[in-house]
Design a protein around this ligand. Structure first.
Ligand code: CA
Ligand code: CA
Ligand code: CA
Ligand code: CA
Length: 95
């Protein structure tokens, strides 16, 4: 009897938000956050890789390094990020 009770409690604690992830869920209070979730730009670490809004985010934007400061980025200086990195612009020189 005790064993059954302990097992039930353990399972409940292992996946409180019922998203299918237990001990490896970095936010067990939010079903939208789990190692199987997609990273999106929202200020939180959706996919539990330790980085919030990392460049792999599904809706990250392309930014271009503007090394000469003319307001147009270098096409080779492409950076994907949620927020504009330092010295980058959302447009680029050339084609
Ligand atoms: Ca969970
Ligand atoms: Ca979760
Ligand atoms: Ca992440
Ligand atoms: Ca995020």
């Amino acid at each position: 009897m005790w064993v059954t009770w302990a097992f039930t409690v353990a399972v409940a604690c292992a996946d409180a938000d019922r998203d299918g992830y237990g001990a490896d869920d970095c936010d067990d209070a939010d079903a939208a956050v789990s190692p199987g979730a997609t990273e999106v730009c929202n200020g939180i670490d959706d996919d539990c890789d330790g980085l919030a809004d990392d460049p792999s985010a599904a809706d990250a934007t392309a930014w271009y390094l503007d090394t000469d400061g003319n307001g147009l980025g270098n096409p080779e200086g492409l950076i994907r990020a949620c927020d504009p990195p330092l010295a980058t612009v959302p447009n680029r020189d050339g084609p």
